[in-house]
Design a protein around this ligand. Structure first.
Ligand SMILES: NC(=O)C1=CN([C@@H]2O[C@H](COP(=O)(O)OP(=O)(O)OC[C@H]3O[C@@H](n4cnc5c(N)ncnc54)[C@H](OP(=O)(O)O)[C@@H]3O)[C@@H](O)[C@H]2O)[C@@H](O)CC1
Ligand SMILES: Nc1ncnc2c1ncn2[C@@H]1O[C@H](COP(=O)(O)OP(=O)(O)O)[C@@H](O)[C@H]1O
Ligand SMILES: [Mg+2]
Length: 279
């Protein structure tokens, strides 16, 4: 399996054009959260903001609006239960990430369906967490006009692919992805996470068990969304987001037994500045 080289960080993370404005850095929509899972929404959206997305909108339930406004004043909020508002927000976004903390209620199912069916071929749709669980449970075809990215952990991948964790290996994973949707990009999250896209299978050599804490995957989803919003959809862009997440976590793990997702998020702008310098 190919290794994802650190040079991808310098390639993807480019200095900003002085003449640019927020409209140049993409509109991200994070569809996320439910009564018991508010933190996932805050971490995912906060990661998208700190990665440098031009504008971030959070589609969630209204009882979470205040918490989001206080924690992430840069983000806007809409109610995903309002079908018209959700449709409008999907239409106006470049990157849509759906699933963190969404749960599997009937409303959540409708929201995932809307994301799958209302996106177009200029957009990227990231399916994570509960969105993957819902698609697996409902046995829906994995279809969308958008560029599709899946970010399951091994338990979620088991649900979607039908492969037990012990059966998951590069060959079986690639075959399953081919059957589910040969155009989709898969980020399989594990120790040394893997990326599958078309004929390429690659792995990061970064990440540590200090990352094994709730919210770390929600954070990755926000980072990938922010990277695609700014740098465009590609295998390299996703690989760079994945590698940056674990690279920051490895630095923090040197003197932190557990690596908190919020600490990784805090370091994003600093590390992006560092990798944007070409020396
Ligand atoms: N602060 C918040 O708001 C947070 C909210 N969150 C939100 O919670 C929702 C549920 O997501 P989830 O991932 O917590 O649970 P679920 O979908 O049931 O999967 C777990 C099952 O899979 C299995 N499993 C096997 N391998 C595994 C692996 N490598 N990593 C993890 N699990 C693995 C595992 O096996 P077991 O542990 O039982 O051996 C178990 O059977 C989702 O919307 C998410 O975004 C979380 O992000 C946390 C912070
Ligand atoms: N032992 C480990 N080594 C490296 N990375 C890990 C380890 N444990 C967890 N991670 C990383 O942490 C993240 C966990 O994602 P996920 O299970 O979706 O978290 P959550 O849903 O709680 O946000 C993934 O990016 C995964 O690769
Ligand atoms: Mg997760």
């Amino acid at each position: 399996m190919e290794k994802i080289n650190k040079s991808v960080l310098n390639q993807v993370i480019t200095p900003r054009n002085p003449e640019s404005y927020k409209g140049n850095y993409g509109k991200v929509l994070i569809i996320s959260g439910s009564t018991h899972f508010g933190g996932a929404t805050i971490l995912c959206s906060s990661a998208a903001v700190n990665t440098g997305s031009g504008l971030v909108t959070v589609a969630t339930i209204p009882e979470k609006f205040t918490a989001i406004n206080v924690k992430i004043p840069e983000a806007m909020t809409i109610d995903y239960q309002n079908k018209k508002a959700l449709t409008e927000a999907i239409k106006n976004s470049d990157v849509i990430a759906v699933g963190p903390g969404l749960g599997t209620s009937s409303i959540a199912k409708g929201v995932v369906k809307a994301a799958l069916t209302q996106t177009n071929n200029k957009q990227t749709l990231i399916l994570d967490a509960s969105a993957i669980t819902i698609i697996a449970q409902e046995n829906w075809p994995l279809e969308s006009k958008a560029n599709l990215i899946l970010t399951p952990h091994q338990g979620e991948w088991q649900r979607l692919s039908g492969l037990d964790i012990a059966e998951q290996n590069p060959k079986s994973n690639a075959q399953s992805l081919q059957q589910l949707n040969p155009e989709a990009l898969l980020v399989l999250k594990k120790h040394h996470s893997e990326v599958y896209y078309h004929e390429t299978t690659a792995q990061i050599e970064a990440g540590n068990p200090g990352m094994a804490t709730g919210g770390m995957g929600d954070t990755l989803t926000g980072i990938i969304a922010g990277f695609i919003a700014q740098f465009g959809f590609s295998f390299q862009t996703v690989s760079a987001g994945l590698l940056l997440h674990s690279t920051i976590a490895d630095k923090l793990n040197k003197d932190n037994y557990v690596v908190l997702p919020s600490k990784v998020i805090e370091k994003l702008p600093k590390y992006m500045a560092k990798y944007s310098y070409k020396d």
